[in-house]
Ligand binder design. Structure first.
Ligand SMILES: [Zn+2]
Length: 100
C-alpha cells in the first residue's frame, strides 16, 4: 500500500541560495564556503525570483531558519517587527513575525 497522503518533503524541490545563487535542493544548506558560515539555505524558485525583483539588499534572514521554519521572503515590516513568508519542513507556507 502506498500512502499518498504524506506531503512531499521540501528538500525534493529545487531551489537557489539567496546569497551566491547556487542551485540545489530547497531548504538544504548551501555548501559554498561563504554560505556555510552564514547558514544560508536554498529557497524555492518563486520566492527566489521575488527577492530578485525587490532590488533591495537581501534581508540577512532570508534563506536562514527562524526556529523550525525557513524564511523565504519578506512580506512586510513595521514597528512590531518584520513579517516573513516561511516554509515548514513539510513545505507548507506560513507567515511569521520576527520581533525587532
Ligand atoms: Zn550559497
Amino acid at each position: 500500500m502506498t500512502d499518498s497522503s504524506l506531503p512531499t518533503a521540501i528538500v525534493q524541490v529545487p531551489g537557489r541560495c539567496p546569497l551566491c545563487e547556487e542551485p540545489g535542493a530547497a531548504a538544504s544548506a548551501c555548501d559554498q564556503t561563504i554560505c556555510v558560515r552564514k547558514g544560508h539555505h536554498r529557497i524555492p524558485p518563486a520566492d527566489f525570483d521575488a527577492i530578485k525583483q525587490t532590488r533591495r539588499p537581501a534581508d540577512p534572514l532570508i534563506g536562514t531558519r527562524i526556529g523550525a521554519w525557513l524564511a523565504v521572503a519578506q512580506l512586510g515590516a513595521g514597528a512590531f517587527g518584520v513579517v516573513y513568508r516561511v516554509h515548514d519542513d513539510k513545505g507548507r507556507t506560513h507567515s511569521a513575525v520576527a520581533p525587532r
